[in-house]
Structure formats: structure tokens, C-alpha cells
Design a binder for this molecule. Sequence first.
Ligand code: 13P
Length: 253
Amino acid sequence: MRTPLIAGNWKMYKNINEAAELATTLKNVLKDVAADKAEVAICPPFTDLQVVSAVIKGTNIRLGAQNMYAAQEGAFTGEISPLMLRSAGVHYVILGHSERRQYFKETNEDINKKIKMAIEHSLFPILCVGEKLEERENGTTFNVIKTQLTGCLAGIPKDKIGSIVVAYEPIWAIGTGKTATPDQAQEVHKFIRETLVSLYDQVTADAVRIQYGGSVKADNAKTLMNMPDIDGALVGGASLKADSFEAIVKFYK
Ligand code: 13P
């Protein structure tokens, strides 16, 4: 049984006060979500991690970060290390988000290094994969996803795969209000699992959670989450307000 993971990616929103306020509300409204039904995580900007960590301490809500640099420490101005994330109470780290790939030119090789370093420091990577609109239209979705998975997971042994969550985020569905239909999403999620079978084995692949991300809202969450290979959601815009995030999480209660 895979416990679904509903994670809120706050992206570059919320100052410290706003983050504390949202985390406090979420802590109150989500306190009766059974941990075996769904796992909930929130991923605020770096500057909010410490305050959010203090607010959600002792609850079932986990803390996630949105990026990380692949070194323990050093002269890397502007970067944040896995050790720093650990000391702020971080559990998950989103790696390879399409916005990082697109605007900051992160490659599969960069993401692979980050995943290895995250695992080495007992962080749990949420690896994002997904195709652009033109790739979907020209029929190369599966090739793109396979290349991303193979590149990002290169050299990661089978016994470490259990700490990785994969998030399928079709780029054309992010922030656009356009969601993949449940069938479109399921088709790719199934392909991701089959690719994991070919890279590892069936038992390993069956244990990996694959989230869907891309305009998930309360009104489409249910049909998406009912699909057999969709194990939760990575939520952007709808995670910035307590009521809309709560409505998505409550589907699992
Ligand atoms: P939206 O839910 O705003 O489309 O964002 C999805 C996303 O990028 C989550 O990481």
C-alpha cells in the first residue's frame, strides 16, 4: 500500500509572517488527517523554513524545501546545502522542478547529483519530471519522461529508491488551469512505473509514490487521485490558501 503524499509547493510566495500564518491555519485544520490515509507536506521558500518548522513541530505535517545545492558546504554564494536543510527540520526536497529546469537551466545530470547528495544526507527527494506542450503534441512525451528518469536516477541503487517520490508535472498544465485528464495522467504515471520496473524491478517500482502536479484543485483532485498509479498531488497555486489546500487533502480523510 502506497500512502498518498499531498505536498504544497509554495514557490516564491509568502514572507515570514504570511508563512507562519498559513502554516498555523493548516496545522489546525489538518490535525485530524490520519497519517496512514495521507501524508501532508508543505514546501515554503528557504527563508520561511525555520518559522514553518517551529509551527508544525509535533504534527503530522512534514516540511519540504524547493531546491538544494549538491555539496555539503563551500564557497557557493547564494546556495543552500542539504545539511542546512536538515538543520531547519526539512524532510522532503523538491528537485528538478520544471521551473528550475526552464529558468535556471538545471540538467538531468545536475538533478542526479542533487538527488544523490540529498539521499546521502537523509533527505527525501521529490523528483519532478514532465513534458512541454510541444513534446506532448509531437508525440515524444514518453521519450522525454524516460530520458529524465534515466538521467536523474543514474547510479542510484535499488535500496535507495524507497526514499524518492516522483512527481509527474506536465509543463503545459502548471499554473495554466489546464489539467491533464485522469486518463492522460494515468497513462504517464503507468509509464513512469514501467520505466522504474525496467531500471529496478517490480517490487521496487510498486513501492514508489508518483504524485501528479499541474493545476490540481479541489474539484479535480478526486478523479485524478482515484487513478491506480496516482499517489497524491504536488500542488502549486491551490496550496497558497488554507481552504483550497485543505479541500484537496480532505479527499483522503
Ligand atoms: P500549479 O498547481 O499552480 O499548477 O503548480 C503545480 C506545480 O508546479 C507544483 O510543483
